[in-house]
Write a protein that binds this ligand. Sequence first.
Ligand SMILES: [Zn+2]
Length: 347
Amino acid sequence: MQDRPGFTTIFGRNLIGELPNIAHRPYLVVTMDDLWDLFSHHFDDNLAGPYIVTTIDGDELEDEVAKLPHCHSIIGLGGGQALDVAKFFAWKLQLPLFQVPTSMSVNAAFGHRTGLRFKGNVRYVCWAVPEAVYVDFDVIQNAPPVVNRSGICEILCYHTAHADWRYAQERGLVEEKWPYDQAMVDEAQAVMATVMDALDDIREVNEKGIRALMLANRWGGAAFHNLGWNPRPIEGADHFLFYALEYHTGKKFIHGQPVCLGIYIGSLLHDDRAEEMLAAIVRAGVDIRPQAMGITWDDVTYALLNMRGFVRQAGLWYGIYHDAEIDQAFANKARANVEAAYEGVTL
Ligand SMILES: [Zn+2]
């Protein structure tokens, strides 16, 4: 993995408190409303202002750039949305960027591009390499456990990504630019193994668990670029179900819940270690039942029955959802298996 470097990543404590000493002044803090109340006391007179994220719509953010206060650096402070918008601003304004993930929910801190929505569909645009990513143990441990634990989705999704990649290769339908590459798969699998070995620590959100998941995310966040802008080693059916649920329900999700549901259902469709993946998700303490994410099984069923059309209309890369004739019986089976996996489990 040495020839595929990730962003400079620092683990420690009181890392936010040091930012006023190092960020180019004046600095803009890109964050969320509820987080600003928690962290504003760390910043001094050199603060150009907090920018509170209210949208990840690409067109709306273009307009926001023109309204930003004068600043010489950008600090991203938050989960995926704050870090993604911070990247976008740093890119538009060509300013140094410091990233502080306040939870382990997504790998946004570690990726070059930002996942903005254009007319409701996700597109990964921009280029931002932070000066450093600061992973503060106290800050992470203060985030809700469900948010932290669900970050395993960004790594366990390699399983379904690889199944989709093999599926496409076997049918001669893999993209010419992305032929199946066993070395890339092996590299990603080795990273996934470090997370599978740390599920109990990740569930506890202890230092060992934080290091394991964040170092894996460091590899995965940079992998899209490092592997030649090839998403196939790192993403597939797992995220596609999440995109569909977001599209159909218009709801905001904790990323990892629908993605972990997508990992299980994708594994079930591929008939590839589905039980093992579901057991890992439950063991890490992630609840993927729809009711835990504010939707219903009917929403999930609707998305599943329409996946074929959705992945084609959204222009997603070829995988099992492009072909699978998903019926009510399959949706019922997925539902029964998921519900059974949580019986008697305390989260
Ligand atoms: Zn993701």
